[in-house]
Design a protein around this ligand. Structure first.
Ligand SMILES: [Zn+2]
Length: 227
């Protein structure tokens, strides 16, 4: 069988059909009694059409590459913030009055500069949020550290360090607060037991909404995410 075929569904239909979904997944629909050899022969005659449809589907779903050029935008605190590339920039990269300002001579270094700036904003913001929410809810922790994790938004160590990925500050502030509360509750309850979730809910009654938001939009929290 051709390696691109993801699934063969047999039914009472009379003919063989090839279905390619929006993500380029290839499904063959075939009658119950038609042998695989016949299906394969049919696929072979349609191979170039299949290849073309897969290519089209992939084209539609692939995101444009981030070029760090003037007018592009990047998520910060749940909103798209524009990048201005200008010789008037006073430093290599800064975040000023709701926009990023990059000096054109530093464009090549932009990915690194962005990560460094996000880490700095993350450290300041998350330290402040963790401190004030810990004070409000009666928790004590050692310090806040910033990671570059892609899917682990936060963690809580036995030594009292709470870690967050810098990507988290791309999320809306309510979602950020949920992750902070989640890690604070881990100071006293290490697992994800019912007791843990009950405690989270008692501090943040609408936490499920934020948890779901992360599940649905987490993959967009990257420097490639907000074109
Ligand atoms: Zn957890």
């Amino acid at each position: 069988m051709s390696p691109e075929i993801n699934e063969v569904i047999r039914s009472n239909r009379r003919t063989i059909a090839i279905v390619i979904d929006s993500r380029g997944k290839v499904v063959i629909r075939a009658p119950h009694k038609v042998p695989m050899s016949v299906i394969n022969a049919f696929i072979t005659t349609k191979q170039s059409w299949i290849d073309q449809k897969i290519a089209e589907a992939k084209q539609r779903t692939s995101k444009p590459e981030t070029k760090f050029s003037d007018g592009e935008s990047f998520y910060l605190f749940g909103e798209k913030r524009q990048l201005r590339v200008t010789v008037q920039a006073k430093s290599a990269l800064a975040y000023l009055n709701g926009e990023f300002v990059l000096h054109p001579t530093r464009s090549e270094k932009a990915p690194l500069l962005f990560e460094k700036l996000y880490k700095k904003i993350a450290k300041d913001y998350l330290t402040e949020r963790a401190n004030s929410l810990a004070m409000k809810y009666g928790y004590k922790f050692g310090k806040v550290s910033i990671t570059s994790a892609r899917t682990r938004w936060g963690s809580c160590s036995t030594t009292g360090t709470i870690s967050f990925t810098w990507r988290l500050i791309m999320a809306p502030v309510e979602v950020i607060d949920y992750v902070v509360v989640h890690e604070l509750v881990h100071i006293s309850i290490k697992d994800h037991s019912t007791r843990f979730w009950n405690k989270v809910e008692s501090l943040m009654p609408d936490y499920k909404k934020h948890k779901l938001w992360l599940k649905q939009h987490g993959s967009e929290l990257s420097l490639e995410g907000a074109q």
